[in-house]
Write a protein that binds this ligand. Structure first.
Ligand SMILES: [Zn+2]
Length: 261
């Protein structure tokens, strides 16, 4: 079903999987923009959902689609790589499998006629997962006149806008409070849980295999976070980071679609 912006403008956008073939054809002819949120199921602290990266990337795409139209593909949930492999509820997949699915799908989108393809990396290590094939995909996109925009919140607007995110800490939680506030609960950020309830197999602490800097102590409020304490996160901080990125991407998408063919 077509969704309208809440600003009353005429821009509509769609969910790819809900469209019939001729509707897709019409969109490719009028607004050939495809968004594909790349997420993951991964522990994101006591205060955020397991699907945080995917929901965040999807909501980021919605922000863009409301202003330029186009279609949003279903979240790519099956990724890998990062510092949370041993955590409960985290599903890392073989990197080569995730990479192959993304590369093939992007090639198909190019072949189907999309002229702008936006892939926000809700899970930051998508960057390294895709690196071995990305040079080739970029060449193909260029040869077909396709603008390919990729990166996490802090890099997708580069070089004009650039900053560093974190994991489930102040930065990412602020993006959550901005984009998906109904899924974030900072009141859960308290000490005192029993670690045995929160590791697979009741293991007290497989901390040795955990990425340096990630809080691996389930007794603590900061469990799973990497960065400044998430209790300092605010929606205002999230929007202050995100708004310039969204503006920059809109500018580039519009310039690409209205520029010389
Ligand atoms: Zn994340």
């Amino acid at each position: 079903m077509a969704r309208q912006t809440d600003t009353g403008s005429k821009i509509t956008w769609h969910r790819y999987e809900e469209l019939r073939p001729e509707q897709l054809r019409e969109i490719v002819q009028s607004r050939p923009i495809a968004f594909w949120p790349l997420g993951l199921l991964e522990h994101h602290g006591w205060h955020m959902p397991i699907g945080f990266d995917g929901i965040k990337a999807d909501r980021f795409c919605v922000q863009l689609a409301q202003r330029v139209g186009g279609v949003i593909l279903p979240v790519m949930w099956w990724g890998g790589s990062g510092g949370h492999g041993p955590f409960m509820w985290t599903h890392y997949q073989p990197e080569e499998a995730s990479r192959a699915i993304v590369a093939q799908t992007v090639r198909q989108l190019i072949r189907f006629g999309f002229k702008v393809i936006v892939l926000p990396f809700g899970h930051y290590p998508w960057d390294t997962v895709l690196a071995p094939v990305w040079g080739e995909i970029e060449q193909e996109a260029k040869a077909h006149g396709v603008l390919l925009l990729t990166g996490d919140e802090g890099t997708i607007g580069r070089p004009a806008v650039k900053f560093r995110g974190d994991h489930a800490a102040k930065e990412e939680t602020s993006f959550g409070l901005a984009l998906l506030p109904e899924f974030v609960d900072q009141s859960l950020l308290v000490d005192g849980r029993d670690p045995k309830d929160h590791w697979p197999d009741g293991d007290d602490s497989p901390a040795k295999s955990i990425y340096p800097g990630v809080c691996a102590d389930a007794r603590k409020a900061c469990f799973s976070q990497l960065g400044v304490d998430a209790r300092q996160a605010t929606a205002e901080h999230g929007w202050a980071r995100l708004d310039p990125v969204l503006d920059e991407l809109i500018r580039r998408i519009q310039a690409h679609l209205t520029g010389p063919a």
